[in-house]
Design a protein around this ligand. Sequence first.
Ligand SMILES: Cc1cc2nc3c(=O)[nH]c(=O)nc-3n(C[C@H](O)[C@H](O)[C@H](O)COP(=O)(O)O)c2cc1C
Length: 194
Amino acid sequence: MSASTPFDTGFDVQQVERLFQDRRTIGAFRPECPPDDLVLWALDQFRWAPNHHKTEPWRVRWLGPETKARLVDLNAKLVAASKGEDAAEKKRQSWNRVPGWLFVTCRRSSDPLQDEEDVAACHCAVQNLLLALWARGVGSKWATGAVIRHPEAFEILGIDPAEERPIGLIWYGFPDVVPGQPRQPIEAFLQRLP
Ligand SMILES: Cc1cc2nc3c(=O)[nH]c(=O)nc-3n(C[C@H](O)[C@H](O)[C@H](O)COP(=O)(O)O)c2cc1C
């Protein structure tokens, strides 16, 4: 990478590269919950995502133990109906082990194009959040299973689905295991045009 450019941000590019490349989706967390001020700092980075027409369409709910327990129950109920009681109990246990819970939604727009771009902005904001958490040693998983669109989840979370669409559950905590994850090389997706 060239050392000097006309506009020098002063960033340590190797550190930035590590942040992008080392972040992984975490499936196994340590039991302790990261401190609230660290999460607030990451949410402060979340809101700097690009957003067309400056709509800042994102909304975040930070779940306490009661709300979390209700979502765990709902998910176990859904899994029991589709896969049986044993699978439901396994899910209940694994969900109960997740220390931190955020729920991200996007405010709906009456303009279909704005609506699409607002969802894109929310996705960018989530990536900011995941990277910010990772920079502070906190792992996360962005989860979008059926439960996030279930009417009972909307009721638990106080979401009016006519006003907001779900973007995802963001689970966070200190990683217990950091998995590997390969990526295709640049040549697999890049096409240079004349
Ligand atoms: C929009 C979106 C939804 C996702 N939903 C889930 C999910 O429901 N469950 C899950 O285990 N991972 C989910 N993931 C995480 C991906 O599985 C993960 O990013 C992918 O395996 C690449 O791994 P990495 O994040 O470690 O690079 C989601 C990621 C995105 C971007």
